[in-house]
Design a protein around this ligand. Structure first.
Ligand SMILES: NC(=O)C1=CN([C@@H]2O[C@H](COP(=O)(O)OP(=O)(O)OC[C@H]3O[C@@H](n4cnc5c(N)ncnc54)[C@H](O)[C@@H]3O)[C@@H](O)[C@H]2O)C=CC1
Ligand SMILES: N[C@@H](CC=O)C(=O)O
Ligand code: NA
Length: 817
C-alpha cells in the first residue's frame, strides 16, 4: 500500500487535476494506493478569512463564498458529462447552503470560536475529496470517498488537535478492511469522540497522509506539491540551488525547520516512527526524481542543504552581574516562555558575560520587556545592562548528518562568510552536529546563502561574479575571451566566470543569472537596458550582493576610478586597465592598496603598464623579494612606438596616428598618447610600485601635440589640424635619419625623477630594434645591476590588453572561495 497526497496547487484547476490523474493511473499500475487531497488551491484561506469578515460584520463574505461555490461548480461542469453532473452539483449546493447558514450565524452573533472555525475549515477538503472521488470514478478508478472525520480521532484542541493513534489506527484499518477500492481521503480534518470536527494544524493534509501511512504500514508515502523536492537552498535567492536527492528524517526536520517549507517536520512524525520512506515530488514535473527522505540517506557531501530564516532580532543580555551566577539562564528563558516568545537560537560564551538569543522580530518588543521586567533590580543596580535588541537579522544554517564525521565543516562555513564580507553576529551548533547556525544581517542574507552554497555544493567550481563597466574595445574583447575559455576554465580550473552587469558611458544592464557570454548584447541592446548612472550601477551590484564579486573597469574614466574606495570598502575586488586611480595623488594610490589589504580583497591592474606584458607583477615580485630599483628605462607606449616606427616608412604623420587609433593602440583620445600623459602615468605607476615617493609633478613630460591641436573640440577636428603639422614631423624624422638614428618615445626614472619624451637613438641602443606596438622595459636593480632585466613585446591593442585583464581575473579565482 502506497499513500499518495496531493496539495492544493496540484488540484487548483481542471488542467492540474488531469495531471494528478495521470500520476494516479501510473501509480495504481504498480500496486495498491490510497490518495489524500488538500482543498482546491486557496479555498481554505478564503473560508477562514470570510469567517473573520463575518465575525467583524463585513457582509462581503457573501461574495467570497459565492466565488468559492462557482469555483467548485466550474470544475464539475468542465470535467463531468452534463448527464452525470446533477448529483455532484447537488452535493456541492448542499454544502454551500450549510456554509451560508453557518456564516450567517457568525455574522449575527459576531463570534467565531476555534471550534466553529475548524468546522468552517473542513469544507475545503470535504468538497475537493468528494468531487475528486466522483471524477476518479469516471476515470475508471473504483474510488470510495472517505471523510477522514470517520476514522481520525483527536482531542478537542481545535485548530491543532492531537491524534489518538490507538483508536485512529484501528478505525483506519477497519475501514480499509471493509471497503475495497481506491480510498479518496480528505486531508487536514478529523473529529473528537463526540463527533465534533477538528483540524490538524499547519500542513495538516501531509499529516493526514502520514497518519494513514503509519496505520496501514504503507510501503511509501508520496507528497506531491509544486516544487521538485527539497532544494539545497532557497531557489529564489540561490540560483544554483538544486534538488537534494536523499535526506535522512533528521536532516529533513532540520532543513524544514528553517526556510525549506516543502514539508513541515511534525507531519512526518508518524511515517518516520515506522521508517516509511517519504518522497517529495512535483506534480508539474513528475519525471523529476524529487527528494527521498528515509533512514539511510547516503552521506556524500559534508552538508545536505543551507536554510535560512528572515525577520530575526538578536537580544543580548549582558552584564558583569551574570558571571558565575547560577540561574540566570533559567530566568531569561523562563521570562521569554512566560511571554510566549519562541526562541530560535541561543548562544552563550564560556565567559558567561552575555547570553544572546535570536527570536522573531515581531516578538522582540515583548521579549525585551519580559527580560527587563525579570531583571528589574539587576538593571537598576547596574549589574546588568538593559537588553540590547538588534533587528534586521537573519539566520543561515548549514544542515547535514555528515558534519559529525567532518571536522572541516564549520571552518569552511565561516571562511566562506568571512571572505565575502559577511559579518557573523552569533553562532550556534548543537552537539548533534546536525546544524551549524549563524546570525547575519538581513542585507547580507542572499550573499551569505550564495557564498555557502558555492563553498559546500559547488566547491568543485569557484564562481566569480563580474560587473563590467566600459564595454569598449578592451571590454568587448574581454567578454569574447571569457566566452571562449569558459568551458575550459570550468573543466580544468574549477573556475566559472559570470558577468552580471555591463555598462558603457550611455547605458547599463544587469542579468541575475549572468549574461549569455557567447551572445552578449551591447549594454544598449540588452533587455531592460537603462541610462548609465554609476551610482545606480554600484547600488545594483551591491544589491545583487554575490559572493566573489569583481568590479572590472575597462574605461579610461576618472569618475569610475574615483569609486574604487567605495567598491573595495564593500569587499568587492577590482581588476582594471584604467590608469586613472593609480596615477592620481600618492595618498590615493596608497590608500587604495591599504584598503584592499584591510578588506581582504584584491585590486589588480597589470594592464596599467604595457598591457598584458608581465611588468607590474614582475616589479612587485622584485620588491617583495627585497630588491631595489635603481633605474627604469622604457618604451611604454604601444601607440607612440607604432607611430614613430611606421612613420619612418614614408606615410604622413597624421595618417600614421590615425592608423594607431584604428588598430586600437591609442587611448580613447589619442592626444593622451601624443601628449606624453599616458606614458607619464605609466612611469609614475612603475615608480610607485618601485616604492618611490613619486608625484606627477616630479615627471617632466615632452608633449608631441602641436599647440593648436591641444584645444580641439573633438578627436576628428584634432586629426584635421594635425595634418597641417605633417611637415614639422617629417623634419624631425629627417634629422634622425641623417644621423642613422631612430626616434623612440621613452620614459626614464632615476634618483626620484622621471622624464618622458622623444629621443633619437643609434643602433647600439636596445630600443633601436623595437617595431610596431612594441614596449620594452629595462629594470636596473641592485640584483640586476650589470645587465638589466628586460621585458619586451607588444604593449597595446585589444587582444593583448584584454588577455592581461583576463589573466588578472583568473588570478582572482585563486584567491576566492
Ligand atoms: N587600448 C589599449 O591598447 C589599452 C588600453 N588600456 C586601457 O583600457 C581602458 C579602455 O580602453 P579602450 O577599450 O581602448 O577604450 P574605449 O574607448 O574603446 O572604451 C572605453 C569604454 O568605456 C566607456 N566609458 C567611458 N566612460 C564611462 C563611464 N563613466 N561609465 C561607463 N562607461 C564609460 C565607453 O563608453 C567605452 O565603452 C583605458 O583605460 C585604456 O587606458 C590599457 C592598456 C592597453
Ligand atoms: N594607449 C596605450 C595603451 C594603453 O595603455 C598605448 O599606446 O600604449
Ligand atoms: Na602589464
Amino acid at each position: 500500500m502506497k499513500i499518495i497526497k496531493f496539495g492544493g496547487s496540484s488540484v487548483a484547476n481542471p488542467t492540474n487535476i488531469k495531471k494528478v490523474f495521470e500520476i494516479l493511473h501510473q501509480r495504481s499500475k504498480e500496486g495498491e494506493v490510497a490518495v489524500v487531497f488538500s482543498a482546491f488551491g486557496g479555498v481554505t484561506e478564503v473560508l477562514l478569512k470570510s469567517a473573520e469578515k463575518a465575525k467583524l460584520g463585513d457582509k462581503s463574505y457573501v461574495e467570497d463564498i459565492k466565488l468559492l461555490e462557482d469555483k467548485h461548480f466550474e470544475v464539475v461542469k468542465s470535467m463531468i458529462p452534463v448527464k452525470l453532473q446533477s448529483p455532484v452539483l447537488t452535493y456541492i449546493k448542499l454544502r454551500f447552503n450549510e456554509l451560508e447558514d453557518l456564516f450567517h450565524g457568525i455574522f449575527l452573533i459576531k463570534e467565531c470560536s476555534a471550534r466553529t472555525l475548524d468546522y468552517v475549515g473542513s469544507f475545503g477538503e470535504r468538497l475537493s475529496a468528494y468531487i475528486l472521488s466522483e471524477l476518479l470514478r469516471l476515470e475508471g478508478f473504483p474510488a470510495i470517498y472517505l471523510d477522514a472525520r470517520e476514522v481520525v480521532r483527536t482531542n478537542d484542541r481545535f485548530g491543532n488537535a492531537k491524534v489518538d493513534f490507538s483508536i485512529t489506527n484501528d478505525l483506519i484499518q477497519d475501514f480499509f478492511h471493509q471497503n475495497p477500492g481506491l480510498k479518496v481521503i480528505t486531508g487536514f480534518i478529523a473529529s473528537t469522540a463526540k463527533g465534533e470536527t477538528t483540524t490538524l494544524g499547519r500542513s495538516g493534509s501531509d499529516y493526514t497522509a502520514a497518519i494513514f501511512a503509519s496505520a496501514l504500514q504503507a510501503t511509501s508515502l508520496e507528497i506531491w506539491t509544486d516544487v521538485s523536492g527539497v532544494m539545497t537552498s532557497d531557489p529564489r535567492m540561490v540560483y544554483t540551488a538544486f534538488t537534494i536527492p536523499q535526506l535522512s528524517y533528521a536532516e529533513a526536520m532540520e532543513l524544514s525547520h528553517f526556510g525549506a517549507k516543502v514539508i513541515f517536520p511534525a507531519t512526518m512524525q508518524p511515517a518516520m516512527k515506522k521508517g516509511i520512506p517519504i518522497y517529495i515530488k512535483n506534480t508539474f514535473e513528475p519525471e523529476n526524481e524529487g527528494t527521498l527522505i528515509n533512514n539511510d540517506a547516503p552521506n556524500g557531501k559534508i552538508i545536505k542543504g543551507i536554510s535560512s530564516m528572515s525577520g530575526i532580532s538578536l537580544l543580548n543580555v549582558e552584564g558583569a552581574g551574570l558571571i558565575e551566577v547560577v540561574g540566570v539562564s533559567r530566568r531569561v528563558f523562563g521570562a521569554l516562555a512566560d511571554a510566549g516568545v519562541n526562541v530560535i537560537l541561543i548562544s552563550q560564551a564560556s565567559s558567561e558575560h552575555s547570553i544572546c538569543v535570536a527570536i522573531r522580530t515581531t516578538e522582540a518588543g515583548l521579549a525585551k520587556e519580559a527580560i527587563e521586567r525579570e531583571f528589574i533590580y539587576e538593571i537598576r543596580n547596574g549589574e546588568m545592562d538593559p537588553v540590547a535588541v538588534v533587528s534586521e537579522m537573519a539566520v543561515v544554517a548549514a544542515v547535514g548528518e555528515n558534519m559529525k564525521h567532518n571536522p572541516g565543516a564549520s571552518g569552511r562555513m565561516f571562511q566562506a562568510l568571512g571572505r565575502n564580507n559577511v559579518n557573523v553576529f552569533a553562532i550556534a551548533q548543537g552537539s548533534s552536529e546536525l546544524n551549524i547556525s549563524a546570525v547575519v544581517s538581513q542585507a547580507d542574507l542572499q550573499k551569505a546563502l550564495n557564498a555557502l552554497h558555492e563553498a559546500f555544493f559547488l566547491s568543485d567550481n569557484k564562481v566569480l561574479h563580474l560587473f563590467l563597466v566600459g564595454v569598449g574595445l578592451i571590454g568587448k574583447a574581454l567578454i569574447k575571451m571569457i566566452a571562449n575559455q569558459r568551458e575550459k576554465l570550468q573543466r580544468e580550473n574549477d573556475l566559472d566566470i559570470q558577468i552580471h552587469g555591463i555598462a558603457n558611458s550611455r547605458f547599463m544592464a544587469f542579468h541575475e543569472d549572468g549574461f549569455d557570454l557567447k551572445n552578449c548584447p551591447a549594454p544598449e541592446d540588452a533587455p531592460e537596458a537603462e541610462a548609465m548612472d554609476l551610482e545606480k550601477f554600484l547600488h545594483q551590484m551591491e544589491l545583487m550582493n554575490f559572493s566573489n564579486t569583481v568590479f572590472v573597469d575597462c574605461t579610461a574614466s576618472q569618475d569610475v576610478a574615483d569609486a574604487y574606495e567605495r567598491i573595495l570598502e564593500a569587499k568587492v575586488a577590482i581588476v582594471t586597465p584604467n590608469k586613472k586611480a593609480n596615477s592620481s595623488s600618492l595618498e590615493k594610490y596608497r590608500q587604495l592598496k591599504k584598503l584592499a589589504y584591510k578588506r581582504g580583497v584584491k585590486f589588480l591592474y597589470e594592464t596599467n603598464v604595457a598591457a598584458g606584458l608581465p611588468v607590474i607583477n614582475t616589479l612587485q615580485d622584485l620588491m617583495l623579494s627585497g630588491d631595489k630599483v635603481i633605474r627604469i628605462e622604457a618604451v611604454l607606449s604601444g601607440s607612440m612606438n607604432y607611430i614613430f616606427s611606421e612613420f619612418e616608412k614614408g606615410l604622413p604623420f597624421s595618417e600614421v596616428v590615425r592608423q594607431a587609433k584604428d588598430k586600437g593602440y591609442t587611448e580613447p583620445d589619442p592626444r593622451d598618447d601624443l601628449s606624453g600623459m599616458d606614458v607619464g602615468r605609466k612611469i609614475l605607476i612603475l615608480g610607485r610600485e618601485a616604492e618611490q615617493e613619486l608625484h606627477f609633478e616630479d615627471i617632466s613630460i615632452q608633449s608631441m601635440v602641436p599647440e593648436d591641436c591641444v584645444e580641439t573640440k573633438d578627436v576628428e577636428e584634432f586629426f584635421e589640424k594635425l595634418k597641417s603639422h605633417d611637415k614639422d614631423f617629417e623634419a624631425i624624422l629627417e634629422e634622425a635619419k641623417s644621423k642613422g638614428e631612430k626616434m623612440r618615445f621613452m620614459a626614464t626614472l632615476e634618483n626620484g625623477k622621471a622624464k618622458v619624451g622623444l629621443n633619437s637613438l643609434d643602433s647600439s641602443h636596445p630600443f633601436y630594434q623595437l617595431k610596431g606596438s612594441d614596449n620594452m622595459i629595462l629594470f636596473t636593480t641592485e640584483r640586476y645591476h650589470d645587465f638589466p632585466m628586460i621585458i619586451r613585446g607588444p604593449g597595446a591593442g585589444a587582444d593583448v590588453t584584454a588577455a592581461g585583464v583576463f589573466a588578472d581575473v583568473i588570478r582572482l579565482g585563486n584567491f576566492s572561495r
